[in-house]
Ligand binder design. Structure first.
Ligand code: AMP
Ligand code: MN
Ligand code: MN
Ligand code: MN
Length: 284
């Protein structure tokens, strides 16, 4: 497979915090020229069979996908998994445990918001959660926009849902080691998602990439909807330095909220190994 492939290996459906069904995402991806697609819902692979069938119906190649939340150096980091067996028992069970704490965390977020006069946020957010096990900050953001507290979701995150803000509750997710292990033992490749987003110091970032590799991680997102062109150049260098393959994905959530649509990203830089070269046997 050539590097100039329109691969989009990161997006979300109603199974986590996206607003479109797996089928609607598949047709949108196809219409935008995507040739290889993966649906990567947060901590949940319940949409994989539908996404795979929809990709097939659209005549598009498909890789199974997931985006696992982990805690590293006190921050939440996302590890994307691609090309695994979505019926693997250890993976299914590990993700179930990771999801377990979300409802409790959501209630604490709601209590925090009530203290600044925003009431009923738990019930309000729950209405937006297609999957109640996957209630996330995104669903709270939609509720706060709906009720006119903020004008858009990025304002909600800035004022209410990030570190030290009233609705922010940190969560202990899976460990880096377990996330990489679940993915690789199910036959897939683990990928560090949108590395520019974490705000790590140089030392913390070096530790993340080193430990990720030691546990068997093999790729990093270089081209993503959350990277500027400077970020992409920087992480292209990191990929070469750590001998990691490179991935490409929009992180599309919703036509109304996402600035990068499916399949509309810059190409992967030519000197990098595309992650799909490691996954030729897993492509459906
Ligand atoms: P959670 O898993 O509940 O911590 O929610 C994380 C989700 O919130 C991410 O997957 C994004 O979809 C969304 N998110 C995080 N930061 C922002 C932001 N600054 N603006 C909009 N959405 C964000
Ligand atoms: Mn999300
Ligand atoms: Mn993410
Ligand atoms: Mn994502």
């Amino acid at each position: 497979m050539e590097p100039l492939l329109n691969a989009d290996l990161h997006c979300h459906s109603v199974v986590s915090d996206g607003t479109l069904t797996p089928e609607a995402l598949a047709s949108r991806a196809k219409a935008n020229g995507v040739q290889l697609w993966a649906l990567t819902d947060h901590d949940e692979i319940g949409g994989q069979a539908r996404a795979m069938a929809a990709a097939k119906a659209e005549g598009m190649k498909y890789l199974t996908g997931v985006e696992i939340s982990i805690t590293f150096a006190g921050k939440t980091v996302h590890i994307v998994g691609l090309g695994f067996d979505h019926t693997n028992e250890a993976l299914v069970q590990g993700l179930r445990n990771t999801r377990g704490g979300r409802a409790e965390r959501a209630k604490e977020m709601s209590d925090g918001l009530a203290k600044v006069g925003i009431h009923g946020a738990f019930e309000g957010a729950l209405k937006y959660a297609g999957n109640h096990e996957l209630i996330s900050r995104t669903h709270f953001a939609r509720f706060l926009v709906e009720t006119g507290v903020c004008k858009d979701t990025s304002e909600v995150f800035r004022k209410y849902l990030t570190d030290n803000k009233p609705g922010f509750v940190p969560h202990r997710w899976a460990s880096l080691e377990n996330a990489v292990k679940w993915i690789t033992q199910a036959g897939g490749v683990a990928v560090i998602a949108h590395p520019a987003r974490y705000g790590f110091t140089a030392n913390e970032e070096y530790a993340l990439f080193t430990e990720f590799k030691n546990h068997g991680g093999r790729a990093v997102e270089v081209i993503t909807g959350s990277h500027s062109s400077a970020d992409a150049l920087r992480y292209a260098d990191t990929a070469l330095e750590f001998e990691l393959a490179a991935s490409r994905g929009s992180d599309f959530h919703s036509p109304d909220e996402s600035h990068t649509d499916l399949g509309t990203l810059p190409w992967l830089p030519g000197q990098l190994t595309p992650v799909w070269e490691l996954l030729s046997n897993q492509i459906q």
